[in-house]
Design a protein around this ligand. Structure first.
Ligand SMILES: Cc1cc2nc3c(=O)[nH]c(=O)nc-3n(C[C@H](O)[C@H](O)[C@H](O)COP(=O)(O)OP(=O)(O)OC[C@H]3O[C@@H](n4cnc5c(N)ncnc54)[C@H](O)[C@@H]3O)c2cc1C
Length: 342
């Protein structure tokens, strides 16, 4: 008896294509055909006839098409059983493929345990991957949706007290910038971030989230200016007028680390913490680094006036205002930059 993941009846072009598709997702196939050769109608009825309607192949014969398909499935080592006709499909096989029924049964089973890649219930265990593959091949969606209500939170608006959040996310960042005092342009030279992701579920993914969140905040505080006309009409409605960070704007040196000892005290998935949005706030360090750079142009004698987003225009306005303020007060001993101050 041969055990296989899939049985294909018919070694015509469709059967061969199935071997390929199933092979890609790791399923082994056994193919049975009535004919003594592989290729179905293409080989049996018109091996020499030119075919013009195969995508990406301008012209080929029935035989060439079959040979091409055979070459394509070579790596998957399908077993072929030629000259054999399938007369009957036994009931047990039908039952196995009837996954819908099986899943219905599973739904009602209690004490389903998932451990070390295996799903265990009723003293049986199944490989997680094989269940997923079977569901996929049977077009059964494994997605589900639901509504989550954060536990333990409450807030008294009158007393302004309570617990508005289940947990807090912590992070720290240090940013170094260069500003051009003639144009107001700025470059983010270096950013160092340490972020608490709790017990991170997938550190590679969390790092991407942290970088993305930070750059989003960087855009918010340095370029994403929103303008309205006096009649209330917004003028920055599209990327032609609303500037967002591009890949060239990311910090030249960008060091992101996850706090390794992190662990959420609350009972959440894997004791992790969200990393999607909290790092956005770390971009405050970009704004204050720019403000600090402006202050340095006045030798830190006065605090610059700088509004967010710190666009080149705002930085230049801030530098000019700083210069005028210093001149008007008794800071005459200061040497203000006349050449680009970077
Ligand atoms: C003369 C001719 C010219 C054609 N020209 C073109 C063309 O130019 N372009 C084009 O795109 N298409 C063309 N076609 C159509 C094309 O050949 C078919 O659409 C294609 O072969 C179908 O592939 P298939 O794998 O589904 O079936 P088939 O090629 O029919 O293969 C099915 C296989 O299953 C086997 N089988 C069936 N039942 C059993 C069983 N119970 N047990 C074991 N084995 C079994 C058969 O022996 C056969 O080998 C042409 C067809 C003909 C007849």
């Amino acid at each position: 008896m041969i055990k296989t993941d899939t049985l294909i009846i018919g070694a015509g072009p469709v059967g061969l294509f199935c071997v390929h598709q199933l092979g890609i997702i790791g399923l082994k196939c056994e193919v049975v055909d009535n004919l003594d050769k592989i290729g179905g109608q293409c080989i049996e009825l018109y091996p020499d006839k030119p075919i013009y309607d195969i995508p990406a192949i301008p012209e080929c014969t029935g035989e060439e098409l079959t040979n091409g398909l055979l070459k394509q499935i070579e790596p998957f080592k399908a077993g072929f059983h030629l000259g054999q006709r399938v007369e009957e499909i036994k009931q047990e096989i039908l039952e196995i493929t009837d996954l819908q029924k099986k899943l219905e049964k599973i739904k009602n089973i209690k004490n389903v345990v998932y451990k070390n890649g295996l799903i265990k219930f009723n003293k049986k265990s199944f490989k997680f991957n094989s269940v997923i593959q079977e569901a996929y091949l049977n077009r059964i969606s494994l997605s589900s949706s639901g509504f989550y209500s954060t536990p333990k939170i409450h807030f008294n608006k009158k007393m302004f007290s309570g617990r508005p959040f289940l947990y807090f996310c912590y992070g720290a960042s240090v940013t170094e910038v260069t500003i051009d005092t003639l144009t107001g342009e700025n470059i983010i030279d270096r950013v160092d971030i340490l972020q608490d992701a709790g017990k991170a579920i997938n550190p590679a993914l969390e790092l991407g989230q942290i970088e993305g969140g930070f750059v989003q905040g960087q855009g918010w505080l340095t370029m994403e200016e929103v303008n309205w006309k006096p009649n209330g009409q917004i003028t920055t409605t599209s990327p032609s007028t609303y500037k967002i960070p591009a890949s060239s704007d990311i910090p030249k040196i960008f060091n992101v680390e996850i706090f390794k000892q992190g662990k959420n005290k609350e009972n959440v998935v894997n004791k992790s913490k969200t990393t999607g949005e909290p790092p956005l706030m770390l971009a405050m360090s970009v704004f204050y680094a720019i403000k600090d750079a402006v202050a340095s142009a006045g030798e830190y004698k006065v605090i610059p006036k700088l509004d967010a987003p710190a666009t080149p225009e705002k930085i230049l306005m801030s530098l000019n205002e700083l210069k005028n303020r210093i001149r008007s007060v008794s800071y005459t001993h200061l040497t203000l930059p006349t050449t680009p101050y970077v």
